[in-house]
Design a protein around this ligand. Structure first.
Ligand SMILES: NC(=O)c1ccc[n+]([C@@H]2O[C@H](COP(=O)([O-])OP(=O)(O)OC[C@H]3O[C@@H](n4cnc5c(N)ncnc54)[C@H](O)[C@@H]3O)[C@@H](O)[C@H]2O)c1
Length: 263
């Protein structure tokens, strides 16, 4: 049903966290996977699950060479990402550029080179970008990261529009907070994990597997008629408007709101 058996996939940043969970799901579904990773130190985590290429996704020459090495692929998961904490007033130009280069230029470069080969070989491919809830919900101190992920959502739509006529689908997943290498440094902040868990409707953080399952869906034939979409996998975090109006109204007025409140 997934239609992934014997498909060829590339997962960028597949050496840890969400990317590694995606690699495992794709492998389970029968795909042959190649990981593009910037650092050699992630090779052992990937082990025999996937082929491993050292690629900085922000460097076009490296990306082009890597796709020559893999040959045409059916699936691309643009997962590699990075971020740092800095107030907007102190954010250095180099840091803005670095985060944009990995998080936004990386998906562009990988999409361009993967899609060229898909088009040349008439492959009806699927591209999945890993965005974030921060595309639509800012947190303090990560303006550069928020902007990059907002860019990923817009790029997803633009790429879907151009590549759709070639039979290539482009979608994104927008995770809420997941404990990974990216967020490890933040765990020094007291209560941060509990805080993010409490912001969901299920009282827990997303796991890498939660996100990987959504990536698998978007990459698979189950999503054959879906393109240009960002699916937010966030346990209801984005629904976090004011709560408790009904109870507060009834307590304050002694009325049964359903029967007696007339706006
Ligand atoms: N962890 C979260 O809370 C969270 C939430 C929303 C979105 N995301 C996104 O999920 C994706 C995966 O992040 P993660 O949380 O698993 O973190 P992670 O640090 O575990 O994984 C990111 C991977 O990307 C690789 N990478 C970084 N720069 C690269 C480059 N230039 N070229 C190739 N590879 C590079 C890293 O080596 C690392 O293995 C990122 O795009 C991140 O922005 C994470």
């Amino acid at each position: 049903m997934l239609g992934l058996a014997s498909k060829r996939a590339v997962v960028t940043g597949g050496g840890s966290g969400i990317g590694l969970a995606v690699v495992r799901r794709l492998r389970e579904a029968g795909a042959a996977v190649t990981v593009f990773e910037v650092g050699e130190e992630k090779r052992s985590a990937v082990g025999s699950e996937a082929a491993f290429l050292r690629v900085d996704v922000a460097d076009e020459a490296q990306v082009a060479r890597a796709f020559q090495e893999t040959g045409p692929v059916d699936i691309l998961v643009n997962n590699a990402g990075t971020g740092t904490l800095s107030s907007l007033l102190d954010l250095e130009e180099e840091e803005w550029d670095r985060v944009m280069a990995v998080n936004l230029k990386g998906p562009f470069l990988c999409t361009k080179h993967a899609a060229r080969a898909m088009a040349k070989h008439a492959i009806r491919g699927a591209i999945v970008n890993v965005a974030s809830i921060n595309a639509v919900l800012p947190f303090d101190g990560i303006a550069h990261y928020c902007a990059s992920k907002g860019g990923v959502v817009a790029f997803t739509k633009a790429a879907a529009l151009e590549l759709g006529p070639l039979g290539i689908r482009v979608n994104a997943v927008g995770p809420s907070f997941v404990e990974t290498g990216l967020t490890a440094d933040l765990s020094v902040l007291p209560g941060i994990l509990q805080d993010h868990a409490a912001k969901t409707l299920f009282g827990r953080l997303a796991t890498p597997e939660d996100i990987a399952k959504v990536v698998l869906f978007l990459a698979s034939d189950l999503a054959a008629f879906v393109t240009g979409q960002t699916l937010y996998a966030e346990g209801g975090t984005l629904l976090s408007g004011p709560k408790g109006y009904l109870t507060a109204f009834e307590e304050a007025t002694g009325l049964d709101a359903a029967k007696e409140w007339k706006p």
